[in-house]
Design a protein around this ligand. Structure first.
Ligand SMILES: *Cc1c(COP(=O)(O)O)cnc(C)c1O
Length: 407
C-alpha cells in the first residue's frame, strides 16, 4: 500500500468487537483482572493485557501501533510530550559519566534538556553532523549515542541519515533521530539506518494542535553490547525488543511519562490526513519560498530552493517535498518584528505543524536560553523569522506577505 492508503488501512481498524470505525477512548486509569494468577503474569511480562494506564492502555496501544507502522519500526512508546520522548529515548541508554554527541542544529528545547542532563553528569557535545572529523574529535569511550533531527529546526539543514547512521555504527553507537519536522511523509529514518526515531506528535502527526505528545519508535536493529550498555543485560532476552522492553519496564513507567488516552485518540484522527496536510503545507512552503526569494532584501532558507545548501541532499533523502517550514532573514530584528506584526494571516505562535500558518521570531523566544555560540550554530539570528506553513490558500498567504514586506 502507498502512504495514504497505509495510513488508513494498515493494522486493525477501529474496534473489532463492536464494528466502531474508530478506536474508542478507553478513559480508564486501571483494568480489572479475571484472577490473581493473571495479574501476577501481567506483572512478570508473561501475559499480554492491561493493568494501569501509566504503563499502557488499549487506545494508546492502537496509536503506538499506527506510529510503528508509519515509521517502519518494530515497537513504539507514546509519551506525554516530544520532550518526554527525547528524554526517555536517551536516558534509556545513557548513564551518569557518559556522553551524547548531538547535532548543534536542534530544536531549542532539546538543547535545553541536554543542559539539564549535566546535573546528572551526562555531557553533550554539540557538533556539525555533516563534519565527520568534528565528530571524531569528541567521540570517546564514554560516548553512548548520536542524536540529530532529520530536518533541523529552525536551521532546516537536511541530514544525510544513511551516512550518519553508517558513521555511528562504525563507532558502535546507535543513531537516534528526531523526525518531527520532516515526518514519515517525507522520510522514514529507520529505512536509512537510524536505530530509534522520536517524534513530537504535538506537531504534524496530531495536525490540529489540540494536544501535546511524543513517540519513541524502535527499529529493533541495534545490537546492544552488554558491556557498553550494562542496563541492557536484563533485557537481551527480549531479542530485538530489548530497548523497548527496558524502557517500558523502567524509566518510562517510573518517570510517569505516559500520554493521555484522549490525546492518543486525537492523534489517530489527525494522522488520517497527515499525507494530505503535508502535501498541501509543503507545496505552500515551496510557493512562498519562491515568492519571497524575489526580494533582494529578504534571504530565504528553504531546502526546496535550488540555491539552498541542502537542496541536493534533500533530493536524495526526502520524498514528496521539502518540508513545510521556511525561514527568512530580513536585515534587522526591528524589521523582523515589523513584518511579523504586519502579517494578518500567520499567527504568532511557538509551534509548528498546525493546519494554520504560524510565525515566530526564534532568537527572542525559542532560543532565549541558548548561548550566542549555540544560536549561531543553530542558525538562529536576530533578523530571522520562522514560518510554519499551514494548509490555507497560497494566494492569500502570498498577498499577506507582499503587503507586510512592502509596508
Ligand atoms: C516541538 C518539538 C519538540 C518538542 O516536542 P513537545 O511535544 O513540544 O514536547 C522536539 N523536537 C522538535 C523538532 C520539535 O519541533
Amino acid at each position: 500500500m502507498k502512504f495514504n492508503t497505509a495510513l488508513l488501512h494498515s493494522g486493525k481498524m477501529g474496534d473489532e468487537a463492536t464494528g466502531a470505525t474508530l478506536t474508542p477512548v478507553y478513559q480508564s486509569s486501571a483494568f480489572y483482572q479475571p484472577n490473581a494468577q493473571q495479574h501476577e503474569k501481567l506483572f512478570h511480562n508473561k501475559a499480554n493485557g492491561f493493568s494501569y494506564t501509566r504503563i499502557n492502555n488499549p487506545t494508546i496501544v492502537a496509536f503506538e501501533n499506527k506510529m510503528t507502522a508509519l515509521e517502519k519500526g518494530i515497537a513504539s512508546i507514546a509519551c506525554a510530550s516530544g520532550m518526554a520522548a527525547i528524554t526517555n529515548a536517551l536516558l534509556n541508554i545513557v548513564n551518569a559519566g557518559q556522553e551524547i554527541v548531538a547535532s548543534s542544529s536542534l530544536y531549542g528545547g532539546s538543547i535545553d534538556v541536554f543542559h539539564d542532563f549535566e546535573a546528572f553528569s551526562i555531557t553533550t557535545h554539540f557538533v556539525d553532523v555533516e563534519d565527520e572529523a568534528d565528530m571524531e574529535k569528541v567521540i570517546n569511550e564514554n560516548t553512548r549515542v548520536i542524536f540529530a533531527e532529520t530536518i533541523g529546526n529552525p536551521k532546516l539543514d537536511v541530514v544525510n541519515i544513511k551516512k550518519l547512521a553508517d558513521f555511528a555504527h562504525d563507532h558502535g553507537l546507535p543513531l537516534v533521530m528526531d523526525n518531527t519536522v520532516a515526518t514519515a511523509y517525507l522520510v522514514r529514518p529507520i529505512e536509512l539506518g537510524a536505530d530509534v526515531v522520536v517524534n513530537s506528535t504535538s506537531k504534524y502527526i496530531n495536525g490540529n494542535s489540540d494536544a501535546i505528545s511524543g513517540v519513541i519508535t524502535d527499529s529493533g536493529k541495534f545490537k546492544w553490547d552488554k558491556e557498553r550498555y550494562p542496563g541492557m543485560k536484563e533485557y537481551v532476552r527480549f531479542g530485538k525488543f530489548a530497548y523497548t522492553a527496558k524502557l517500558r519496564n523502567g524509566l518510562f513507567r517510573n518517570t510517569g511519562a505516559c500520554i493521555a488516552p484522549q490525546t492518543a485518540f486525537y492523534n489517530m484522527l489527525g494522522m488520517e490526513t497527515l499525507g494530505l496536510r503535508m502535501e498541501r503545507a509543503c507545496s505552500n512552503a515551496k510557493a512562498l519560498a519562491e515568492f519571497l526569494a524575489q526580494y533582494d532584501d529578504v534571504e530565504v532558507n528553504y531546502p526546496g530552493l535550488p540555491d539552498s545548501k541542502w537542496h541536493s541532499i534533500a533530493n536524495e533523502v526526502l520524498e514528496n517535498g521539502y518540508g513545510a517550514i521556511l525561514t527568512i532573514r530580513v536585515g534587522s530584528k526591528e524589521r523582523a518584528f515589523d513584518v511579523i506584526n504586519a502579517l494578518t494571516i500567520p499567527k504568532i505562535v511557538s509551534n509548528i505543524g498546525d493546519t494554520k500558518t504560524l510565525i515566530i521570531h526564534p532568537e527572542s523566544t525559542l532560543n532565549a536560553h541558548s548561548t550566542e555560540k549555540e544560536k549561531e550554530e543553530a542558525g538562529v539570528f536576530d533578523d530571522l523569522i520562522r514560518i510554519s506553513l499551514g494548509i490555507e490558500d497560497i494566494e492569500d498567504l502570498i498577498e499577506d506577505f507582499k503587503n507586510a514586506l512592502e509596508k
